[in-house]
Design a protein around this ligand. Structure first.
Ligand code: ADE
Length: 490
């Protein structure tokens, strides 16, 4: 795709695959709105006072139908928005078209190359000469990584004229980051520094470990509200129930192989792993879990799962799913021992759990694309090892498969996560001059988490029992909540 920014009839910039899909996108957005009560309630509650008036928000998060409802909630509250995706395969082109036509500047399409992906991030951060965005909604941390690295490089450049060298790293993403920064140093050697100065804060979903590390070593350059951990409505509702829904959806879309009776290995038993293991069990699979954490391993066994290291079972497994959030989980040496046509996929955000580099560079390996990436099909490849006639099936090139092979979590769970995002963004924006938030990582207070949960009960027909004053006093909580102390783990 030629990388040229286009302009909509209202003058907004965009780059999407096909604007003629905008009407279709609008129809699906309207269906999703009914499934996203938290976001719609935020529009009703906050819309009239336009709290985001004057705020420029950049989002780097899967540009799909659910995200479209989030974007239009931000614009309904007065924000101006620029958006890119957080994964090369996760954009829904009709959603991107509808938003580009109607609401915000969008730079995203399904099946971006890595170069295109980073170009889109750059465009989403590009608010013109006044600096960057006031707020960022980040998934995975690529947009914030670019700013951090940009600021670092500009400081070095100012000190001693050093220019970053993209060949100094083997990591392709990082090579592209350094290439972008190198080019921007030539045109505006303070681009990222100005961006940092303007930025009020970031709400982050995945990739928060990197931000905690930056906080620990003093290199975090803006406040962050972490929506992923310690927020029940994100961590459990989205990670657990979302994956319980979207893992089978992705598997069936990619291959539709029978799940019942098969042996499924789920690597990791955090919330994502719990959702994946539960769905495979319900589908009739025999499930094995791998875990390095004894507490989670015990939880898995108590749920009836077997717990083994991958090496002990690798040749008996039909479907492998990585969920660990760690790296180097399934290596090419494991793949060589797998059954013919074993499915290998990842549902964690980052794509370093499966050794795609080792597979691609294995001597003599043949890649047979069963389904090329398109609007209709997810990328599905059979990789055949030499002299064996035996191969494995890898979904979405090892990238997160629920968004690569299907359309991700359903709207209802995303409403929980995204309502947290709206609340976090409002909090950062409202407190922008108060000094309340330092360059640290924060979590949302429990009463807001409870509020988000409450907003979603009506849609499911649930009705709360009212706590009496006497009962509330007995357990030392206010009648109106929060109903649990901050340290409580659900
Ligand atoms: N992550 C998982 N599913 C998602 C969805 N539908 N939208 C945005 N982010 C997601």
């Amino acid at each position: 795709m030629a990388l040229l920014v286009e302009k909509s009839t209202s003058g907004r910039e965009y780059k999407v695959k096909d604007m003629s899909q905008a009407d279709f996108g609008r129809l699906e957005i309207e269906l999703a709105e009914v499934e996203m009560p938290g976001l719609m309630a935020s529009r009703t509650e906050f819309g009239p006072s336009q709290p985001f008036r004057g705020a420029k928000i950049t989002g780097s998060l899967h540009m799909n139908i659910q995200t479209a409802v989030l974007i239009e909630t931000l614009t309904a509250l007065g924000a101006e928005v620029r958006w890119c995706s957080s994964n090369v395969f996760s954009t829904q082109d009709h959603a991107a078209a509808a938003i580009a036509r109607d609401s915000a500047a969008v730079f995203a399409w399904k099946g971006e190359t890595l170069q295109e992906y980073w170009w889109c991030i750059e465009r989403a951060l590009d608010w013109g000469p006044g600096g960057g965005p006031d707020l960022i909604i980040g998934d995975g941390g690529d947009a914030t990584l670019l700013i951090h690295e940009g600021v670092k490089a500009e400081e070095e450049f100012a000190k001693n004229g050093t220019i970053p060298d993209p060949t100094s790293t083997n990591n392709v993403d990082f090579q592209l980051v350094l290439t972008i920064i190198k080019a921007s140093l030539m045109t505006d050697p303070l681009r990222y520094t100005k961006m940092k100065e303007r930025l009020v804060g970031v709400s982050a979903i995945t990739g928060v470990n990197r931000l905690y590390q930056m906080q620990a070593n003093g290199t975090l350059i803006f406040p962050v509200i972490n929506i992923n951990n310690d927020t029940f409505t994100k961590k459990e509702i989205d990670n657990l129930y979302g994956c319980r829904h979207s893992l089978p959806y992705g598997l069936m879309t990619a291959t539709n192989f029978m799940i019942a009776g098969k042996v499924v290995l789920v690597a990791g038993y955090g919330d994502v792993g719990k959702g994946c293991a539960a769905s495979m069990k319900q589908a009739g699979a025999r499930v094995i879990v791998t875990e390095d954490d004894p507490t989670l391993a015990l939880q898995a066994t108590m749920e009836g799962f077997q717990v083994f290291p991958l090496e002990d079972v690798v040749s008996n497994v039909d479907i492998f799913v990585t969920t660990t959030g760690k790296k180097d989980i399934i290596m090419v040496d494991h793949m060589l021992k797998m059954k013919n046509n074993a499915i290998v996929c990842n549902i964690g955000h980052l794509d370093n759990e499966i050794d795609m580099h080792g597979l691609k560079t294995f001597p003599g390996v043949e890649r047979i694309t069963i389904k090329p990436q398109s609007d209709r099909w997810p990328q599905t490849d059979r990789w055949v090892f030499p002299d064996t006639n035996s191969g494995i099936i890898v979904l979405a090139e090892g990238r997160l498969m629920n968004l690569g092979c299907a359309t991700g979590h359903p709207s209802f769970v995303m409403s929980c996560s995204f309502t947290n995002q709206v609340i976090a963004q409002l909090e950062l924006w409202n407190e922008r001059s108060s000094g309340k938030y330092e360059k640290k990582v924060y979590v949302l207070p429990k009463h807001l988490d409870e509020k988000v949960a409450a907003l979603h009960l009506g849609k499911l027909g649930a009705k709360l029992t009212k706590l009496t004053k006497d009962q509330a006093d007995y357990i030392s909580v206010p009648v109106e909540g929060p109903y649990k102390p901050a340290h409580y783990r659900y």
